[in-house]
Design a protein around this ligand. Structure first.
Ligand code: PAF
Length: 281
C-alpha cells in the first residue's frame, strides 16, 4: 500500500490505473479508523476486484466541525490508520495537508438545501456544507468510479447521494450497513472518548431504537407513541437526548404514520461526547 501526502503524489500514484481505465473505489474518512471503517474498505476491495484500485483518504476537515475544541480533540492516528487500511485491502492512502485542501484564499462552498436542514443539520449549522464541500473536492482529486459511505451517518449518505445526482458528479455512491459492537453500540471514532460507564450508557441508544422498532413490528403505527417509548428508556442520568425522530428515509421529513422503510434517527450526548445512531423500520 502506498501513502500519498500531497495532491501531486496522489496523481502520480493513480496515473497507471487511470490510463488503463481501471475501476477506482474510494472510501473517504477523517481517520481514527476502527472496525467500521475496515468493513467499508473490505467492501471497496470486493467491488474494485483484483484489477481495480482502492483509495482511502484521511483528512480531518475543520469546516465540518461546529466547535474548534471538537476539531482539535479529534484523534490523529495516521500510523495506526495506515496499518488498518493495508490489512483491510487498500492500495493507496491519501492524507493531504490542510493547505492542500483549503488554500489561503479558498472561498467556494457547496450547500445542499433540503436534506441537510433537519436532524443533525438543524443542530449543527454549517456542518453539512463542510461535508459536501470536502467530499466534492475529494471526488475531483481522486476521480473515483465509486465511493463508499457508512449508513451510521445516514443523513450524510442521503445528502451526498443527492449532491452527486444534482451536480452530475460521475461517481456511484454505495451505502454500507452500520457496524455495531457486541452490545449494539454503533462503531464510531468518538466511542474511544467514553469512560466504561459512559460506554454502558451509550449502548442504551441502540436499545431504545430497537425497542421502538419492536413496538412497530407489534403493530404500533403512531410516531408519537413509538418515540415516547424509546425516550422513556433513555431517561437516565448522564444521557441527554438531542433529538429523536421518525422520518421518511427519502425526504428526511417527519413521518405522519410509521411505515416500513422509515428511519428512527437519534443524537444524544454522553460525557460531553455527541453520538448518533439510526434504525430502519
Ligand atoms: O463521515 C466522515 O468521516 C466525514 O464526514 C467525511 C465523509 C470523510 C467528510 O469529511
Amino acid at each position: 500500500m502506498r501513502i500519498a501526502r500531497a495532491i501531486r503524489l496522489l496523481d502520480r500514484a493513480l496515473a497507471p490505473a487511470r490510463r488503463a481505465g481501471r475501476r477506482v473505489v474510494f472510501v473517504p474518512t477523517m481517520g481514527a479508523l476502527h472496525e467500521g471503517h475496515a468493513s467499508l474498505i473490505r467492501l471497496a476491495r470486493r467491488r474494485a476486484g483484483a484489477r481495480g484500485v482502492v483509495v482511502v483518504s484521511v483528512f480531518v476537515n475543520a469546516p465540518q466541525f461546529n466547535q474548534r475544541s471538537d476539531f482539535t480533540k479529534y484523534p490523529r492516528t495516521l500510523a495506526a490508520d495506515s496499518v488498518l487500511c493495508r490489512r483491510a485491502g487498500a492500495d493507496l492512502l491519501f492524507a493531504p495537508s490542510a493547505t492542500d485542501m483549503y488554500p489561503p484564499s479558498h472561498s467556494t462552498w457547496v450547500s445542499e438545501e433540503a436534506l441537510s436542514l433537519p436532524l443533525c443539520g438543524a443542530r449543527r449549522p454549517g456542518h453539512f456544507r463542510g461535508v459536501c464541500t470536502v467530499v466534492l473536492k475529494l471526488f475531483n482529486l481522486v476521480r473515483p468510479t465509486e465511493a463508499i459511505f457508512g449508513l451510521k451517518d445516514f443523513q450524510q449518505a442521503a445528502l451526498l447521494q443527492r449532491m452527486t445526482r444534482d451536480l452530475n458528479v460521475p461517481v456511484r455512491i454505495v451505502c454500507a450497513p452500520v457496524v455495531r459492537e457486541a452490545d449494539g453500540l454503533a462503531m464510531s471514532s468518538r466511542n474511544r472518548r467514553l469512560t466504561p460507564r459512559g460506554r454502558r450508557l451509550a449502548a442504551l441508544l441502540n436499545g431504545a431504537l430497537a425497542f421502538a422498532r419492536w413496538r412497530f413490528l407489534r403493530g404500533e403505527r403512531r410516531p408519537s407513541r413509538l418515540l415516547a417509548d424509546a425516550r422513556r428508556l433513555l431517561r437516565v442520568p448522564g444521557l441527554r437526548v438531542e433529538y429523536l425522530d421518525l422520518v421518511r428515509s427519502s425526504t428526511l421529513r417527519p413521518s405522519p404514520r410509521a411505515t416500513r422503510g422509515d428511519t428512527l434517527a437519534l443524537a444524544a450526548w454522553v460525557e460531553g461526547v455527541r453520538l448518533i445512531d439510526n434504525l430502519r423500520l
